[in-house]
Design a protein around this ligand. Structure first.
Ligand SMILES: Nc1ncnc2c1ncn2[C@@H]1O[C@H](COP(=O)(O)OP(=O)(O)O)[C@@H](O)[C@H]1O
Ligand SMILES: [Mg+2]
Length: 389
């Protein structure tokens, strides 16, 4: 049983605060992904977990054991790096067994049997007698994974292990890592800057910025109920549109539109993000968040009483499965995702509407979310009555 607990974890390099008082509990057997932009402190957090860097302050527990000052080799963790870190002059087999052999803790027979198991799990029997120079990037990363799993560690620590692979191989290895995790059920902390990788691999995802945790949640919850602007703009591609508005009498007012804000009081975010004290009745400036995929080109036939918004199309980007329109709504730049093959061109003005259950409001100054309109559509009656004011 290996839960991992970080308490007030801090790491400074001179004046640079790389990790700024992180509190986190990682469950036994969990696949936890840490995601954030380059330089936000992901690798440093992982190196603190591995024991490769001393902490500046705080405490690390693994399986209820305080390991804060413990040597890396006594933590029983295995780390996988972006650059594979294989020895070029050793075969795949030697690379995999090197750490076990030099530790002196394993008999030759034990080592042999573990290598056979790992090779089968990872489908790398063919690579055991080759040197890294004769392997592709994906094959090298598999061998590096093999070296990690033969150790049968309590915790896997993976630092952008797929970043050096091409896009197609990355998707394939992503699926393999997910399969490997469900087979081994080893507690895993996986670091990436790629939000798609985070969303697809993580049972829970930690979003980091500037050495701090911005939000920890299941992937869909991060997407549906971002706790702040940072998470809202980092998770989801293309990013959520951020539209400055004034809140007046339960409406969001922009130069180009006025739209009603359905009662958000019973959205799940109320408990999750502390965004519960809905203050949409208080007049103030705010930022209205609407995802590109939550806009739609309006069709008078089907749109049931929602206000429509005029958007001027500046650039049209066909993506194959959708059409991305870079638009101006009044003075605000907005991306709108439309059906592919829609006959819309740069210079056109289109009429758009939006999903009323997917509106987000953020504090102008702090960027904290204070309202999500909720997953549940308000009843038609409610929408009509709000619009007809
Ligand atoms: N050994 C080091 N010495 C000085 N600064 C460092 C060192 N390692 C990391 N940093 C700094 O700490 C911050 C976080 O780095 P890092 O954890 O590598 O970020 P990430 O992995 O998220 O890209 C950065 O500002 C980086 O420059
Ligand atoms: Mg890094």
């Amino acid at each position: 049983m290996t839960t991992v607990t970080l308490q007030n974890l801090q790491k400074s390099f001179g004046d640079v605060v790389a990790v700024n008082s992180i509190d986190l509990e990682i469950e036994d057997g969990e696949f936890l992904v840490v995601v954030g932009p380059s330089g936000c402190g992901k690798s440093t957090t992982l190196r603190l977990l591995a024991g490769l860097e001393p902490t500046t302050d705080g405490r690390i527990e693994m399986g209820n054991r305080d390991v804060t000052g413990v040597e890396p080799k006594n933590r029983n963790v295995a780390m996988v790096f972006q650059n594979y870190a294989l020895y070029p002059h050793m075969t795949g087999r030697r690379n995999i067994t090197f750490g076990m052999k030099s530790s002196g803790d394993f008999s030759d027979a034990e080592i042999e049997s573990r290598v056979e198991d790992a090779a089968e799990t990872l489908d790398i029997e063919d690579l055991l007698d080759r040197k890294p120079e004769a392997m592709s990037g994906g094959e090298r990363q598999r061998v590096a994974l093999g070296r990690a799993i033969v150790r049968d560690p309590d915790v896997f620590l993976m630092d952008e292990p797929l970043s050096n692979l091409d896009a197609k191989l990355r998707i394939q290895m992503r699926a393999e890592l997910a399969r490997l995790h469900s087979a081994l059920e080893t507690t895993t902390v996986y670091v990436t800057h790629d939000q798609t990788e985070a969303m697809t691999l993580g049972e829970r995802v930690v979003v980091m910025n500037d050495g701090q945790i911005m939000q920890v949640d299941e992937p869909q919850v991060l997407y549906d109920f971002p706790a702040n602007r940072f998470v809202a703009e980092f998770i989801g591609d293309p990013a959520m549109n951020m539209i400055p508005v004034d809140i007046e009498n339960g409406h969001a007012v922009h130069d180009a539109f006025t739209l009603p804000l359905p009662s958000g009081d019973d959205s799940p975010s109320t408990e999750r993000n502390g965004a519960g004290d809905t203050r949409i009745s208080d007049a103030r400036h705010a930022i209205l968040g609407i995802r590109p995929e939550d806009f739609r080109l309006s069709d008078v036939q089907t749109d049931d009483g929602l206000p429509t918004i005029d958007a001027e199309v500046n650039v049209r980007e066909p993506l194959g499965d959708s059409l991305l329109l870079h638009c101006s709504i009044g003075a605000t730049a907005c991306n709108i995702q439309a059906e592919p093959r829609t006959e819309v061109h740069a210079g056109d003005t289109v009429s758009v509407t939006y999903d009323p259950a997917r509106l987000h409001l953020f504090e102008d100054k702090t960027g904290e979310a204070f309202y999500h309109s909720g997953l549940h559509l308000p009843s038609d009656e409610q929408v009509v009555s709000q619009v007809s004011k």
